[in-house]
Design a protein around this ligand. Structure first.
Ligand code: BJW
Length: 239
C-alpha cells in the first residue's frame, strides 16, 4: 500500500508495560472488581462514592511519575508523523499515554481519566485531583454532579461518527492490545474487512482465530509494535 488511510485501534494491552493494568487478563482489574459495582451508570447512581474511589485510585496511579509511555506508544506517534497518508488512532484507553508518547489527536472512544464531566451543565473539565460526591463544577458551581469523563457499559462511546467514516474508507486496520470483547470496538475489524481493508492484529496472544485478521503477530506491544511500524514505513516510503 502506498499511503492509503489507516485506522489503528488500541486497548489496555498497549499500556500494560507502562505499569497500567488490563481488564480481562488473569490479574486484570475485572478479576478484583465487579463491573456492576464500578462501570455502569446504575452503579454510579447507587453508590457514587464507590465509583469515585475506583477512578480516583486509577487517576493517582496514572499520575505516578513511574507510569510513562512505552516504545509502542512512541512508535505509533512516529507512524503518524512519517506516514504519507491519513492515520486515525482510536483508543479504548482512558489514560493519556498516547498523547504523552507524541500522538496528536487520539480518539478516546471510552473517555479520558484526566477529565471530569458535570451531569448538571454537561461541561467537561480537565481534572487531575480526586473527585467526590461534593465536588463543585468549575463551570456552573453546582455540587454533586461531577463524574469521571468515561464511557460505562450501556453508554454510547464517543466520536463514533468519525470512527465509522474512517473504517469504511481505510485500507489498513491495525488492532493492538485489545481482547476484542467489548462492542462496538470489537466489531471494527469486521467492518474494516467488509470495506476491503487489510486487517492486522498485534497482541500478546491472538484474540480470535484466523478469519477476521489477515495477519496476527504475537508478542509484547513494546517489541512488536515498533517492529511493525518500522517495516510499514520502510515499505511505504520505498514505493
Ligand atoms: C497485551 C499485553 C502486552 C496484555 N502487549 N498485548 C451483547 C452482545 C453485544 C454487545 C453487548 C451485549 N450486551 C451489551 C452489549 C454492549 C456492551 C458490550 O460490549 N458488552 C460486552 C461485554 C458483551 N457495550 C457497551 O455497553 C458500550 N456501549 C454501547 O454498545 O453503546 C451502544 C452504541 C454503540 C455504538 C453506537 C451507538 C450505540 C460501552 C462500552 C464501555 C466499556 N467501558 C470500559 C470501562 C470504562 C473505561 C475504564 O474504566 O477504563 O472500557 S470496560 C473496559 O473494557 C474498558 C476498556 O476500554 C474495554 C476494552 O478492554 P480491552 O482494552 O480490550 O482490555 P482487555 O483487558 O479486555 O484486553 C487486554 C488485551 O491486551 C488482551 O488481549 C491481552 O492479551 C493483551 N495484552 N498485555 C500486548 N504487554
Amino acid at each position: 500500500m502506498a499511503g492509503g488511510p489507516i485506522v489503528i485501534l488500541t486497548g489496555a494491552g498497549i499500556s500494560r508495560e507502562s505499569g497500567l493494568e488490563t481488564f480481562r487478563d488473569k490479574d486484570g482489574l475485572w478479576s478484583r472488581v465487579s463491573i456492576d459495582e464500578v462501570a455502569t451508570p446504575e452503579a454510579f447512581a447507587r453508590d457514587s462514592e464507590r465509583v469515585h474511589a475506583f477512578y480516583n485510585a486509577r487517576r493517582r496511579q496514572l499520575l505516578n511519575p513511574e507510569v510513562q509511555p512505552n516504545a509502542a506508544h512512541r512508535a505509533l506517534a512516529e507512524l503518524e508523523r512519517g506516514y504519507p497518508g491519513d492515520v486515525l488512532l482510536v483508543t479504548q484507553n482512558i489514560d493519556d499515554l498516547h498523547e504523552r508518547g507524541g500522538s496528536v489527536a487520539p480518539q478516546h472512544m471510552h473517555g479520558e481519566l484526566l477529565k471530569a464531566r458535570c451531569t448538571c451543565c454537561g461541561r467537561t473539565t480537565p481534572w487531575r485531583d480526586d473527585l467526590a460526591t461534593t465536588t463543585r463544577c468549575p463551570a456552573c458551581d453546582h455540587s454533586g454532579g461531577m463524574r469521571p469523563h468515561v464511557v460505562w457499559f450501556g453508554e454510547i462511546p464517543l466520536s463514533m461518527e468519525r470512527i465509522q467514516q474512517a473504517l469504511i474508507c481505510c485500507e489498513l486496520f491495525i488492532s493492538i492490545g485489545t481482547s476484542g470483547q467489548v462492542y462496538p470496538a470489537a466489531g471494527f475489524v469486521a467492518e474494516a474487512r467488509a470495506a476491503g481493508a487489510r486487517t492486522v492484529e498485534l497482541n500478546l496472544e491472538r484474540s480470535v482465530g484466523p478469519g477476521l485478521f489477515d495477519q496476527q503477530v504475537e508478542g509484547s506491544a513494546s517489541e512488536i509494535v515498533p517492529a511493525f511500524v518500522a517495516s510499514l514505513l520502510t515499505v511505504t516510503n520505498t514505493q
